[in-house]
Design a binder for this molecule. Structure first.
Ligand code: UDP
Length: 254
C-alpha cells in the first residue's frame, strides 16, 4: 500500500478474537489520515489493545463500532503477539500517543495547517497539552475542551466542535465511552477524522509519564501502568483472559 490508496484485501488485515486489525505501520496510518483529510472524508480510527478486544465480547455496541471503524490499530503488545500466533503478524504496535505525534510532526514538516480539536482529560492536562502542541506544531491550529461533562452537555460540546470545524478530532475520554461518542456524533459534525486516544492527553501534557524505555523494550508497559496506578487492576484482568482465549483459539487451528 502506498498510503494514498487504502487497499482492503484480506492480506491487509488480521482477525484477533473477532476484531479486524489493520496490518499497517504507523507511517502508513499517518499517510492514510492525511489523505482522508485532503479529501474531506469522515473517518473513525480506533487504537485497540486486549482490554478493548475483551470489551467487544461483552458489549455488542462496542463490537459493532469496532466493525464499522475505518482503521483499528494494534495498540498493545498482547494484540501484536496474538497476530503473530495466527500467522498474520502486524508490522508494529501503533499506539494513540505515537500515532498522533507522528501525524502532527508529518503535517508540520509539510507546512500543512491542520485544524485539531482535542476533547478529553481534566483542564490542567488539556491546557498544557494544547500549549505544548501549539508551540511544537505552529502550522496547526488547536482547540479543545475538557472531558468532564454530563450527557446533557453533549449538544453544547458538539456545537463547539462544529464551530471549530476540525480536520482531526481527538477524543480522550477512555474506552469505550470515546468510541461511542464518536460513532453517535461524527455524522452531525463537518467531515473530519476522529481518533480515540484514551489517556494520551495526560501523556502529551507531560503530567503522566510513559513507561521508562526499559519497560517498553521488554514489552512490560502494562506492568508499569499497573504499578503506578493499582486501581487499573480490575481492568487489567482482561489481559490474562485475552491471552487464554487466544491460546485456546489458536490451539484449535491446524
Ligand atoms: N476522562 C475524561 N472524562 C471522564 C473520565 C475520564 O476526560 O469522564 C479522561 C481521563 O482524564 C483520562 C482519559 O479519559 O485522560 C482516560 O484515560 P485511561 O488511561 O483510563 O484510558 P484508556 O487509554 O485506558 O482507555
Amino acid at each position: 500500500m502506498n498510503g494514498l490508496a487504502f487497499e482492503t484485501t484480506a492480506q491487509n488485515f488480521v482477525h484477533v478474537l473477532g476484531i479486524r486489525f489493520n496490518r499497517m505501520t504507523r507511517k502508513q496510518v499517518v499517510e492514510q489520515i492525511l489523505h482522508w483529510v485532503s479529501e474531506k472524508s469522515r473517518r473513525t480510527i480506533i487504537t485497540a489493545g486486549p482490554e478493548f478486544v475483551m470489551m467487544t465480547h461483552t458489549d455488542a455496541e462496542v463490537k459493532r463500532i469496532a466493525q464499522l471503524a475505518d482503521i483499528v490499530t494494534p495498540d498493545g503488545i498482547g494484540v501484536v503477539w496474538a497476530a503473530r500466533r495466527v500467522k498474520h503478524p502486524v508490522p508494529e504496535r501503533v499506539t494513540g500517543v505515537e500515532l498522533v505525534q507522528e501525524l502532527l510532526h508529518t503535517a508540520e514538516e509539510r507546512k500543512q495547517s491542520l485544524r485539531v480539536f482535542i476533547l478529553g482529560a481534566r483542564d490542567e492536562a488539556l491546557n498544557k497539552c494544547l500549549e505544548r502542541f501549539q508551540s511544537q506544531y505552529p502550522h496547526a491550529v488547536f482547540a479543545g475542551r475538557n472531558g468532564y461533562f454530563q450527557a446533557s452537555d453533549v449538544p453544547g460540546v458538539l456545537q463547539q466542535i462544529e464551530a471549530f470545524a476540525p480536520d482531526i478530532w481527538l477524543v480522550g475520554l477512555g474506552q469505550p465511552r470515546q468510541e461511542k461518542l464518536i460513532v453517535h456524533s461524527l455524522g452531525s459534525l463537518p467531515p473530519c477524522v476522529a481518533i480515540g486516544v484514551g489517556g494520551s492527553i495526560d501523556v502529551w501534557s507531560g503530567i503522566v509519564k510513559r513507561a521508562p524505555v526499559l519497560f517498553r523494550k521488554l514489552n512490560l508497559e502494562w506492568l508499569y501502568r499497573l504499578l503506578k496506578q493499582p486501581s487499573r487492576m480490575r481492568r487489567q484482568m482482561a489481559l490474562p483472559k485475552f491471552a487464554w482465549k487466544v491460546l485456546k483459539d489458536t490451539a484449535r487451528r491446524p
